[in-house]
Design a protein around this ligand. Sequence first.
Ligand code: URA
Length: 242
Amino acid sequence: MSKKNTKSPRTEALSQILFQQGFGTRRECEGLIVHGLVQVRGEVVDDPDADFMSDGLPLDVDGLNWICHDVALVMLHKPAGYECSLKPGAWPGVHNLLPVPLRRRGLQPVGRLDQDTTGLLLLTDDGPLLHKLTSPKHHVPKVYEVTVKHPLDVRQQSALLAGVVLDDDPQPVKAESADMVSAHHLRLTLTQGKYHQVKRMVAAVGNRVEALHRSAIGRLTLPDDLAVGQWRWLDEPALVLP
Ligand code: URA
């Protein structure tokens, strides 16, 4: 007769929770616990097999306060000078801006920003969500604050709204909106995610991008109090879904 599993399916051993959150190998996680370095809701727990429900569980792991997230979705205020690639080349990767547990969990950027682009970047280890947010079918609008070299004019604005042809696709790409905030500040909303799309669209209408910042994705605006280089959990994925 098979041994009956008496554990509730919704609880897990603390060592397993730490491992899944990215605090190290199974052995390292057990070590942290037996050495008294892990607190759960403010109390030291030194039994690696103590069971808890993980999602939302507040931990202190060797001085790091941590709210467990079974799936990770975070927003990052990307600075210039960082690459979104998982194998960065000339510049450091955005993963360097995340705490070690999230780096270990291998979060993927939801679409990429260029090295010199700043602003709102999402990262997740939720495969289906990543697919939804990056699939061209889903048309999640993204807002870019574009500083341009030459003064904007109505002809450029109309062309961006009517659609411009880029060199890799005969189908014109249109901006959802193109607001001239000032002579050199264009606010562009795009629903596609083509390579260097803003820079190429602006070049196609005879101007040039001097600086680029993403201020919103879907209904999520980059929070004013999220400083450059800082990250935060995003607990409401619905804000960035179409
Ligand atoms: N379009 C660009 O040209 N660069 C970005 O980083 C994002 C959108």
